[in-house]
Design a protein around this ligand. Sequence first.
Ligand SMILES: C[S@@+](CC[C@H](N)C(=O)[O-])C[C@H]1O[C@@H](n2cnc3c(N)ncnc32)[C@H](O)[C@@H]1O
Length: 237
Amino acid sequence: MSNQAIKKIVLSKLGNAISDEKAERIITKIQIHEASELSIVLKTWENQFDLPDWVKSEVTINETFFFRHPEQYSDLKKKWVGKDDISVLCVGVSSGEEAYSIAMIFEEMAIKNYKINGIDLDPNVVAKARQGRYPLHQLERTPEQFKSLLTKYGETKTGIDGACYWVNKKIMDKVEFNQANILTFFLRRYDLVFVRNILIYFCEEDKARILKRLKLSLKPDGSLVFGSGELLDVNAA
Ligand SMILES: C[S@@+](CC[C@H](N)C(=O)[O-])C[C@H]1O[C@@H](n2cnc3c(N)ncnc32)[C@H](O)[C@@H]1O
């Protein structure tokens, strides 16, 4: 019963559809960490606009890596060659590797003015993205053909958390990260919107809502980039 109640609250407040297993983890955490009884916590959540940040971290899956879906980064070079001003939004940017990968490609293309905004629901990954610092094992999945760009635009340093890869300042200055929900974030106009590997977490109705919003956020001639393999009915939006 509480499982269903949690799933319903998360769906209505955040938009995310979650599994029974995740709902159970949230219930366990409420029982351990919250001062009030489960039924009171659920009633409170029902009556408020948003949910606590820890719940957002609990419901999200943050898998990502530098230059994921490499063919899409190669396509960027073809589509945006010769352009000087490019504004980019990465929705569901996770810990930032996607946004930094785009910045490295644009540096290679010598694009003069570009700015990349990344948003994510989970405050923990937004904090990581802002640091631009990654344990070396997180670089292992970088596709071979892009590894030299990581070397060119960052360096390995050893600090209190061991050896880490640090994105360099020039790249970090081009990228900004904020916590926001894909269903409600403030819409601005962008040339390029990356929305990769996130729509699978939404029901069909919310997917259509999201696509409608993202289409509105595109400048004329702008592009939406989905995760390769994501099946979407773009015409439904
Ligand atoms: C699987 S990751 C994809 C990361 C990256 N786009 C990539 O393709 O490598 C999905 C990200 O979407 C974020 N997310 C999930 N629901 C969201 C929402 N309602 N609004 C914004 N971000 C959300 C998660 O926190 C997670 O970091």
